[in-house]
Design a protein around this ligand. Structure first.
Ligand code: AMP
Length: 471
């Protein structure tokens, strides 16, 4: 999935490339096309998920597409002209096209900084923050530029609105960022007042860690036919899913191990995730030749073909689905017992989505990642995101030549705080996790690669590192 595929303007894409963004995050993949289409959004996602870009990129795209107003005078120019005429300048209210409400000054500044980054090639779009604690004359100066985008904390904004410095009659897009926190902080009346001052036909996007309770009620009141996007939180730990990593030396080792694991007798149906559509096709062909009933599912397939494949999976005539992330999103087939990461996902959030294809409807599931030795850092990122440790498994007869969690000379202890340590191992304590029943195949318990990363001190008793986590 690329930013181009989401339909964004090329000037925005160039800014993203310059900022080092190579691919949209899961929340961006879902939110951007819907928001470009003008839909209201209710999004539950966490800080760190890329949510700022999820609402700001489509908004910039839409604001840029709007014809600029005929070149009238900005409030600043009007005031200068009045002064030149020796008249007392009258302040003309700013008329923003977009308003982002945030609970804190820090978040508002972060949103404004990111907006500047994303809009660097869109000259006529300006964003300013209006914040409590900022000197009043400075705020008047910013408002006098009549910025298209205002990013504000609710309290200070109300002051300006009530004293006629801001007029929301031209507002097109309203964003409530971290709405749950704003309500926790007691901003509900301010928010209601601000919303009431904006046109009914605005687009509204609400982001919140939760969409339940009071937030949910407000969300329903202020949005129209919203698209609901739920990005699973790290808190969703998938405790009914056994997660394992298997290290592989090369592609041939990976393929042999996959074929072996797919023959596990506890496996009913499986999804194998690949990074590319081509790999999905190739692996499906290879597995069919090897006697599995496999099918590929990816975005290059027509909708009809995708639906037929999903039907076959549901009916059980397809046992193994080889899929890319986007195609597999939302698959809800309770008989999927195993998920394999043939390639690790690009974003840790995708890992959480992927493994959630198994263990549905209260059942248990297995999630197995086949990982090259050089990918230890990516596993670490996933562990950090999910705050869970993924034990390493070795299957007899399929051992990696290089021990996957081999000692690393300059390794530092990882970023785990003792409080994150769900395994309970004390620093310095040897802490092998028991390899689970993910494959049913014989395996070496407590072998040299059999240790999960459990303690805050990843060195085991013999001084060897047992985890891949810090690479
Ligand atoms: P946020 O969730 O909006 O606070 O974003 C978290 C961090 O991820 C910020 O530092 C963003 O600059 C960064 N970010 C957002 N989207 C992407 C992306 N598609 N690729 C790389 N970094 C991103």
């Amino acid at each position: 999935m690329t930013f181009e595929a989401l339909g964004l303007n090329t000037s925005i894409i160039k800014a993203l490339t310059d900022a080092g963004y190579t691919a949209p995050t899961p929340v961006q993949q879902q939110a951007i096309p819907a928001a470009i289409a003008g839909k209201d959004l209710l999004v539950s996602s966490q800080t760190g998920s890329g949510k700022t870009a999820a609402f700001m990129l489509p908004s910039l795209h839409r604001l840029f597409a709007i014809e600029p107003a005929p070149a009238g005078k900005t409030p600043n120019q009007e005031m200068q002209a009045a002064r030149a005429r020796n008249e007392r300048p009258r302040f003309k209210a700013a008329q923003p096209k977009m308003l982002v409400l945030t609970p804190t000054r820090e978040l508002a500044l972060q949103v404004t900084t990111n907006t500047d980054k994303y809009s660097v090639n869109l000259r006529r779009i300006k964003a300013v923050s209006i914040l409590g604690g900022m000197p009043y004359p400075k705020q008047m100066q910013l408002l006098a530029k009549n910025p298209e985008i205002l990013v504000a904390t609710p309290g200070r904004l109300i002051d300006h609105m009530e004293s006629g410095k801001i007029d929301f009659s031209q507002l097109e897009i309203l964003v409530l960022d971290e709405a749950d926190r704003m309500l926790d902080m007691g901003f509900i009346d301010d928010i209601e007042k601000i919303v009431a001052a904006t046109p009914d036909n605005r687009q509204t996007m609400l982001f919140s860690a939760t969409l339940d309770g009071v937030v949910g009620n407000m969300a329903r009141r202020i949005t129209k036919d919203p698209q609901v996007i739920q990005i699973m939180s790290a808190a969703n730990k998938h405790e009914n899913i056994t997660q394992r990593v298997h290290f592989v030396d090369d592609l041939s080792h990976k393929n042999r191990l996959l074929d072996h694991l797919l023959r596990d007798e506890s496996l009913d149906q499986a999804v194998v995730f690949t990074a590319t559509k081509r790999d999905a096709d190739t692996i499906a062909d290879r597995l069919n030749i090897a006697g599995f009933s496999a099918a590929a599912l990816h975005g290059d397939m027509h909708q009809g073909a995708r639906n037929r494949t999903l039907d076959s999976l549901r009916r059980g005539s397809v046992k193994i689905l080889i899929a890319t992330d986007v195609a597999a999103r939302g698959i809800d087939v309770p008989t999927i017992t195993h998920v394999f990461n043939y390639d690790l996902p690009k974003f840790p959030e995708d890992y959480v989505h992927r493994i959630g294809r198994t263990g549905r409807a209260g059942r248990n599931g297995h999630a197995i990642s086949l990982v090259n030795h050089a990918e230890g850092m990516n596993v670490k990122r996933i562990e950090r995101f999910t705050k869970q440790l993924i034990p390493v498994n070795v299957v007899e007869g399929y051992e990696p030549k290089k021990t996957g969690s081999a000692p690393r000379s300059s390794a530092r202890p990882g970023g785990w705080k003792p409080g994150d340590n769900r395994g309970g191992a004390k620093p310095g304590q040897r802490s092998f996790s028991k390899p689970g029943s993910s494959s049913g195949a014989p395996r070496r318990e407590g072998s040299s690669t059999g240790g999960g990363y459990k303690g805050s001190n990843p060195r085991s008793a013999d001084g060897q590192r047992r985890s891949y986590g810090d690479r």
